[in-house]
Design a protein around this ligand. Structure first.
Ligand code: XMP
Length: 321
């Protein structure tokens, strides 16, 4: 399948919205559709397009997989309630942690999340709700990166030869597939989403599991979630493309209260980038790094080491897993 790109420069957001709304309405007919909202710009734009096309015949779910950031599930539900879109929060934390138990390989983690999400949690919602169509926010960069074998994005099926109807029992509609992120941001703004959504920092599909090296247990996710909240608060004013906290698997020797403490390591990354294809670590002021490290060490007592990543992409990648 060849996909014709619409660049951000040539995109007419209002015309794009009108066309996609019509396309969704025609494809779904008088049936029901379903979509999952993560709060990212892609799934938020799809949610708004779908509700414009289908109104109440689109059921939007926020799947609480237990690996999102602090307070994120409720924040997203509240934001959309303010836009007149009802989003149902589904607690699937136990299922995701059960699937992630004992899994340490990065691609196996992605696979565990994919299978839990589509086959189990979402498949069940679709079967129970009678929807035949799933709206999804896949963009052209997801397709490219998957085709290039760089990293398997969680939301690309047809491109990797999986028939979603056969594998999961429903058809997938991907209204944003011709766009890249800058185009999606223009569409999201034109759909009336707030700047906190259309200019939101990217956050990966595998969520905080991409920020934990080794097994993503509840406890380790809880720790990286706190480190992420501190990092996001401290680096919010940098204007960086993306910043993150990572929990390492190895422990290192530290000292706490005059006792040897074989403790945890947190790594900070803060990227300058235009499109995530190449990226450079931001030259953060030393005082800022010190303050951030100080907060992590004070507020997360198991942590004895905080490091800052200075390798560019490539050969690094932006996420660690
Ligand atoms: P990498 O680590 O590949 O990241 O340099 C590039 C951009 O993609 C995001 N990313 C992902 N997004 N599923 C996603 O939806 C994934 O598995 C995934 N891995 C990386 C990453 O946050 C960065 O913005």
């Amino acid at each position: 399948m060849t996909i014709t790109e619409i660049t951000a420069a040539e995109l007419d957001p209002q015309q794009f919205i009108a066309e996609q709304v019509k396309e969704i309405a025609d494809t779904v007919g008088d049936g029901l559709a379903i979509n999952a909202l993560s709060g990212g710009v892609d799934s938020s734009a799809v949610t708004m397009l779908g509700h414009k096309a289908l109104g109440d015949r689109l059921k939007t779910y926020f799947i609480d997989n237990g690996i999102m950031r602090k307070g994120e599930p409720q924040k997203v539900v509240d934001l959309f309630a303010g836009l007149g879109v009802r989003v149902e929060l589904v607690d699937a934390q136990d299922e995701f942690f059960a699937a992630l138990a004992g899994v340490t390989d990065p691609e196996e983690k992605r696979e565990a999340i994919t299978q839990t999400f589509y086959r189990h949690v979402f498949g069940r919602l679709v079967r129970e709700g009678g929807a035949k169509h799933l709206l999804q926010g896949t963009i052209l960069t997801d397709v490219d990166e998957t085709a290039a074998g760089i990293k398997r994005q969680h939301n690309v099926f047809e491109q990797i030869g999986i028939d979603p109807q056969e594998a999961f029992g429903y058809r997938i509609i991907e209204p944003l597939i011709q766009l890249r992120k800058d185009g999606v941001r223009k569409v999201a703004a034109a759909l009336g989403l707030p700047e906190s959504v259309y200019n939101r920092m990217p956050f990966p599909g595998p969520a905080l599991t991409a920020r934990v090296i080794g097994e993503a247990t509840r406890e380790r996710i809880a720790l990286v979630r706190e480190a992420t909240a501190i990092t996001e608060a401290e680096l919010a004013d940098t204007g960086a493309f993306q910043y993150m906290a990572i929990l390492h698997e190895d422990r290192v020797t530290g000292m706490r209260d005059n006792q040897r403490d074989f403790g945890l390591q947190i790594e900070i990354r803060c990227w300058e980038s235009v499109d995530a294809r190449v990226a450079t670590p931001m030259r953060l002021p030393w005082e800022k790094l010190e303050r951030l490290a100080g907060r992590i060490l004070d507020e997360l007592p198991g942590v004895v080491s905080v490091t800052y990543h200075i390798a560019p992409k490539p050969p690094s990648t932006m996420e660690v897993v």
